[in-house]
Design a protein around this ligand. Sequence first.
Ligand code: MRU
Length: 361
Amino acid sequence: MARAPEDASTREPYQPVAWRDGRLWLLDQTLLPAETRYIPLDTTEDAAEAITTMRVRGAPAIGVTAAYALAVAARTAPSGVAAAVEEAARRLGATRPTAVNLRWALDRVAARVAAAGSDEAARDVTLAEARAIHEEQHDADARMAELGAALFPEGSSVLTLCNTGPLATAGGGTALGVIVEAWRGGRLAEVLACETRPRLQGARLTAWELQQHDVPFRLIVEGAAASLMAAGRVDAVVTGADRVAANGDTANKIGTYMLAVLARHHGIPFYIVAPVSTLDPHTPDGASIPIEERDDGEVLRPGGADLAAPGARALNPAFDVTPAELIDAIVTEQGVLRAPYGPSIAAAIAAASPVGVEAAP
Ligand code: MRU
């Protein structure tokens, strides 16, 4: 397999995002699993295009990529680094609205740049902060994997949606990190991965990642979830998140809400796995989360195949919101959060923030 340029902050067998010799590299996820090709992102526009077209996707991985993209902007600005970074952050921040890690990472780097006293210092802190965000994601993912795996009794069959592995976080993964850890610990009898229409992140990316980690699994169409639950084939549902509102309402890949309703109906626990950077204290509830609507061509021409009736139109919301009351626990690196989520989320954010420093605005 083609490997990413080496990077100190990556510990997975493959590296979705890497910084080497002053250049930002990305594993192009639109080509997986057929091809593992790394592409350089040399400008803000390269990075914005890569995020918009989902060459990189998954909330934390988008944040890590955007942070490094600010380092690119800083290093290529001959002068006026702070203004160049601000402009790049504006452009990148407009690429995908639902994943709050994007805004969180951009704000975090921008705050360091604003406090730097010179162009040279601004260039240095931009890259240092991007590296720190990347490193912290690895640590957070490792802790979530440990905490989340403990939730599954031995012999569990788990069902998941979309892709939440290293590709989606640039660390070890959220929900998929938990699944891999639980498998290694001998807790899982079966892994069911939803194919995840329309972009097939489950069929293309989760399947590929589970193969890289030697975890046996079966793909299902989302429509099979209800009858498999009714047949007793699912003991838990576990997914990631793109944004968790202050009250625990959670935006994730379209279809997540459906799975949560089904899980509750069948008496099956439904778990979210998300780092504290995905918890958004500034969004009060699910109704306030912006839901990205993507091009209808993704539905009408899946994988480029012209399958729909000529003239058909489509609706393509990329995410939905699962109300907090359907979520049995939110696994973060600061602990396993339970209802009432308002206080447990606020406590997790406070525990993760350095004393005296407010959470990202
Ligand atoms: O549209 P995508 O592929 O970026 O959506 C990704 C998801 O919905 C993931 O579940 C989420 O980002 C959590 S990633 C660890």
